[in-house]
Design a protein around this ligand. Sequence first.
Ligand code: RTP
Ligand code: MG
Length: 147
Amino acid sequence: MEKTFIMVKPDGVQRNLVGEIVHRFERKGFTLAAGKLMSIPKELAEEHYGEHKDKPFFGELVSFITSGPVFAMVWEGEGVIGTARKMMGATNPAEAEPGTIRGDFGVQVSMNVIHGSDSPESANREIALFFNESDLIQYKKSVSEWV
Ligand code: RTP
Ligand code: MG
């Protein structure tokens, strides 16, 4: 089953949005496979956001994501990578639709509450960066028959 890497960024943890975000993914019908509160070491942040290393905002991005704890998760379900991106909304919260996580809770592009993998390749890469294979819990929820 498809899996994606989702992370509540330091602003989301500080603003007590972990429960709200987990709740949205649960209510949607996706299954939590792993989750942990953690501080991201600088090297891991640079690797995670490696695609942006030549962008002008890279330093600010790494410094923000390492500024406080994040809540890292793996969510599983049909089409979860693309659907999670829709639930998150546009990168810039000012452009994100109301009803999306960034549209409802974000203001600035640099502090946009949540990260989600943008493709199957990114999802595999990011899950492997943050979790061991043995961290991913496989189980069946009876509700899966209904969504
Ligand atoms: P993310 O990787 O965090 O899920 O966000 P995303 O795919 O929607 O956006 P991406 O293009 O991958 O950018 C990564 C993060 O960099 C910050 N950013 N700042 N100052 C700027 O112009 C700027 N542009 C991007 C954002 O916090 C974005 O989430
Ligand atoms: Mg991205």
